[in-house]
Write a protein that binds this ligand. Sequence first.
Ligand code: PBG
Length: 323
Amino acid sequence: MDLIRRSRRLRRTAAIRNLVRETKLSAADLIQPLFVVNGENVKEEIPSLPGNYHLSLDMILDEVEELVQAKVAGIILFGIPKSKDEEGSSAWAKEGIVQRACRAIKEEYPELLVITDVCLCQYTSHGHCGILEEGIVNNDPTLDNLAKVALSHVQAGADMVAPSDMMDGRVRAIREKLDQKGYQEVAIVSYAAKYSSAFYGPFRDAAHSAPGEGDRSSYQMDPANSDEALTEIELDLEEGADIIMVKPALSYLDIIRRAKDNFNVPVAAYNVSGEFAMIKAAAEKGWINEEEVALEMLTSIKRAGAEIIITYYAKEVAKILNN
Ligand code: PBG
């Protein structure tokens, strides 16, 4: 056959394929979520997130050491508090679980990138991400509480704060509060396009943060919408977000791509609990090759345009990538 162009020429050997590979996943792209709990000597595997644990402060440093060795980009901390109340006040307590974890980790690992999730749902008795009034999450009064949470994390040493609540105006409220207190240099990673997703199921079990009544669809985005994601991102950037996030990742690769094409800021994607759990479960049944599927999934998220990926696979995949 008289073919001038043959695509297979560049697929012929592993060396050639390596040479022309467009997307190269590395440990430095991956951020590991960690769940901190009260108590001592706690390292309990989360049933729906195999390889991920509830860790008490005395146990978390070993895990962090492993992550540092695996050269992941950083960690994002989630706290499971001792007590909950209507407002979620344990979220901004100086001696709160995340605040203590930040201090402990930063003391041992000052170089490690520590991001904190800023939200109220793990801390409120009703499980919603803001102040609940007659069944409705009241946006504006919630903002000051979120800003207090962010400030308390930064005062404890967090390098970046990541608001995940989806209240309107929260990036501005946090930015103003941090600036007032002299933390102009601390960046905000905004969960800008966060969808109301069933893929968060395993996380809510892990974080004890499922809403008692109702769901989050009056503040998180409708999965059917795409233009709205760009509006959300634009608003967060206007309010002072430094990095924007799309969440979940896998069912929203188109949104990641649009975010990347439309804004010249770093794009993060959250490969959420349900996405991770599906692979783990299928692998357990022997139905898929876990390592290959995990690498393919994470590569697709990067290829779509995310340069930062938060994933429960960070430690495991970073180790594979380093070899
Ligand atoms: C808190 C928060 C959630 C996740 C991250 N931060 C849960 C939610 O919005 O219900 C989900 C993460 C995951 O599923 O892995 N608002």
